[in-house]
Design a protein around this ligand. Structure first.
Ligand code: COA
Length: 722
């Protein structure tokens, strides 16, 4: 996805005008000009203010129109009521990028929203890339294009690094920038996206993905406007191997959605964000420290997949703590091979532990080159994917040790990640200058290593999963034996339109299953009987035992109406059941239109799971999977994925629920047919996309899953129309 607007003038402007630049140092509106000058921005700067002829030594223009040259970026910092006029001036001048700092828009309520809508219209009409409003401004740390009001820029010694940081909060975003600076993490760009009247998170990601200076995209997010646009931008970042690391807030409460069906009530929107992140390889950080720790390890650009960590430690205790954390997170700390151990023992004292963690003991200080030697030996061991080095204090000889680590790290083909607790500042400076990442605390170090390795693994699986399920991912583009023809899809749509026109919101079980069946989702054998004789004949045809249920568009909850009978083994039972179901249905709802009684194959027992689809306001159709019964109702043990899903998504959806073990063959039971569930999820994803303008919810409950190789069948199904 390429942004329709060119964002280079916004991120890398050659000239900047500040509309509303004030000479009064007490005013916020004096800051953008001051920072541009103090940081030494080399482009042309044009203050715009009708009251002045010169500000801070620069010629001041009464209006944008009076500037004799073209302007790349206009920073607007006039009161809200003057913003529309200022933006119209930008349009008249042919300006392509505008950053609005001013507050007083959608955050204020209906009037502010109308004003925001107006500036959005102007931007779209004149092809202006508009950032903000209600933002601290745009910041390029490298070129010093810092048209900002943030006090962060009172400091002049700001570090630059290969990270683009996009924040939906201006003040908190700059606080994170300050924390990053304190940890010696530098950014190239800081975007305060503000109210996102025009440009949104996805547009900024889309731009920086193509910027060769950027290796990592970090973000602070409160909400995403257009889920599919975000996922498309995140996909591009994944393909380019540029990790996105996001703190997404609003995890509790705010995500609750009003949804009537069982499925919908499970799909809290924060879970949908989590699903979208998993599907696009976005790394979710749960606090600012994680955001910075993960950003700094990826900033080195040492992408690596795998799961095997080797730990070298100067402390047995820290080695144990780190090994524990590795295993908790799913990294392995395998016993090293005999030849590696033998090599290590050649350079370490006999009392050192060399299994993994490798404990070099306090003796390493009297053995110059021991740490470097250990790194080199572990680099040669193919079983090792990453080398973690723990050191504490080392307040003498630190220079030698830091240089040794740097030299060894430079020559290895694997990431060397250091946790040096209580390190002298000089040692840290040497490591940093040599591109070696260091954490001051062991658990932070292991978490960052885990993020690094799991990103590599996820990236490969996601990309591969998409290739193997392309036919399900691209509705209407590719047609194969597994998909429906356009004519068949149109027929189903026409039927759904008829139902909608009739004022109905839900399909009957039979109607729902007919649609599932059209998508090759296995359902119970069943037919509709209009009288008891017909019901008996159908039961003979379907095979005993049978289930019987009322079929009525007006009675979606058949059990509540007592209009259901199970396990019927002979004609007499069928006749009695037919009359009882009809009678109960009629007493339950005297107005109900009754199509007949559904005579249905009685499913053999298997593992009951639930599969569903609901619509998310930001991300569109979302699939849900969970085990049936109490696990889904009480434990809320469900997994979600945004449609379309790939085969890898389907697989991880099944395996990530807590009860997955029950399906995998628990306590000697035969494993369930996971391939069938996967196939059904893929088909349902396809159905959900094909019919997304017609169907609001789908609930298959239960889907009965049999032993591996014996498939699965929908026992009951309910489709709601939009
Ligand atoms: N063209 C050019 N200059 C204009 C103008 C126009 N159309 N309209 C006003 N100005 C000038 C003013 O005369 C003033 O200059 P002066 O000091 O020489 O008189 C300057 O622009 C600023 O206007 P002023 O009325 O003094 O406003 P201010 O500086 O007190 O506040 C904002 C302006 C934008 C900073 C304020 O409205 C605001 O929104 N503050 C919040 C910003 C914020 O927090 N953003 C979000 C961060 S997360």
């Amino acid at each position: 996805m390429n942004s329709p607007r060119e964002l280079t003038p916004l991120f890398n402007p050659k000239s900047i005008a500040v509309v509303g630049a004030s000479a009064d140092p007490a005013k916020v509106s004096s800051r953008p000009l001051k920072f541009l000058l103090e940081h030494g921005y080399q482009g042309r700067i044009y203050p715009i203010n009708p009251k002045a002829t010169e500000i801070m030594g620069l010629k001041c223009y009464p209006s944008l129109g009076a500037v004799p040259e073209e302007i790349d970026l206009v920073s607007i910092i006039v009161p809200a009521q003057a913003v529309v006029g200022a933006l119209e001036d930008c349009a008249a001048k042919g300006v392509k990028a505008v950053s609005i700092i001013t507050s007083g828009f959608a955050e204020l309520g209906p009037q502010g929203r109308a004003l925001q809508e107006r500036i959005r219209e102007i931007a779209r009409q004149h092809n202006i890339a508009l950032s903000g409003p209600n933002s601290v401004g745009m910041h390029n740390f490298k070129t010093k294009a810092i048209a900002s009001i943030s006090q962060l820029f009172e400091r002049k010694d700001l570090l630059v690094g290969p990270i683009a940081f996009i924040s939906q909060s201006g003040a908190f975003g700059t606080a994170i920038c300050a924390l990053a600076q304190a940890e010696k993490i530098g950014f190239t760009y800081f975007v305060s996206s503000g109210n996102e009247a025009d440009l949104e998170l996805a547009d900024y990601i889309d731009y920086v993905v193509d910027d060769p200076q950027i290796k990592v995209i970090s973000g602070y997010v409160e909400g995403i406007k257009d889920g599919s646009k975000f996922m498309a931008a995140a996909d591009r970042a994944l393909e380019a191997g540029k990790p996105i690391i996001m703190v997404k807030v609003g995890r509790f409460g705010a995500g609750a959605r009003a949804a009537s069906s069982h499925t919908g009530s499970m799909a809290g929107s924060d879970q949908v964000y989590g699903a979208a992140f998993k599907q696009t390889g976005v790394i979710r950080a749960f606090d600012v420290q994680e955001l910075l720790d993960y950003s700094s390890i990826f900033a080195l650009g040492q992408a690596r997949r795998g799961e095997n960590a080797a730990i070298i430690s100067t402390s047995g205790g820290a080695g144990v703590l780190m090994a524990d954390k590795c295993e908790e997170l799913g990294l392995t700390v395998k016993e090293l091979g005999e030849s590696t151990k033998a090599e290590l023992l050649k350079i370490l004292p006999a009392f050192s532990a060399v299994g993994n963690p490798v404990d070099v003991t306090g003796q390493f200080l009297s053995m110059p080159g021991a740490i470097k030697g250990c790194i080199e030996i572990l680099d040669r061991d193919e079983q090792v994917d990453v080398i973690i080095l723990f050191l504490a204090l080392v307040w003498s000889q630190w220079e030698q040790i830091a240089n040794d680590i740097s030299n060894a790290a430079r020559n290895t083909g694997k990431p060397v990640v250091v946790c040096w607790v209580g390190a002298p500042q000089g040692a840290l400076d040497i490591l940093r200058a040599n591109g070696v990442v260091n954490y001051p605390e062991p658990v932070r170090c292991v978490k960052a290593v885990h993020a690094l390795l799991s990103y590599g693994r996820m990236r490969e699986h996601i990309i591969e999963g998409r290739l193997t399920s392309a036919v399900f991912l691209e509705p209407k583009v590719k047609e194969g034996p597994e998909t429906l023809s356009a004519a068949e899809i149109d027929r189903i749509k026409a039927r759904l339109s008829d139902i909608r026109r009739a004022g109905r919101t839900m399909l009957t079980e039979k109607e729902s299953k007919d649609i599932l069946q059209a998508y090759d989702i296995p359902v119970t054998r069943e037919k509709l009987a209009r009288d008891a004789d017909q019901a008996v004949a159908l039961a003979e045809e379907i095979g005993w035992p049978v289930a019987m249920k009322v079929s009525s568009p007006d009675i979606p909850h058949k059990t509540e109406a007592k209009a259901i009978a199970l396990n019927l083994t002979g004609p007499d039972q069928v006749r009695v059941a037919f009359d009882k179901i009809w009678q109960n249905a009629w007493s339950y709802n005297k107005e109900a239109v009754i199509d007949g009684v559904l005579v249905q194959e009685m499913l053999k027992p298997g593992t009951e799971v639930i599969v569903g689809m609901s619509k998310d306001a930001q991300f569109g159709p979302v699939l849900m999977f969970g085990l049936g019964g109490v696990l889904v109702e009480i434990m809320r043990d469900v997994s979600l994925r945004v449609c379309p899903i790939s085969s890898f998504d389907a697989e991880t959806m099944i395996n990530e629920i807590k009860g997955a073990k029950l399906l995998q063959g628990f306590r000697g039971a035969a494993p369930a047919d996971l391939d069938s569930i996967k196939e059904i999820l893929l088909r349902l994803s396809r159905l959900a996309l094909d019919l997304q303008d017609y169907v609001s919810e789908i609930d298959i409950n239960p889907l009965v899953v049999y032993e591996k190789g014996h498939g699965a069948k929908a026992g009951d199904a309910l489709i709601s129309v939009l």
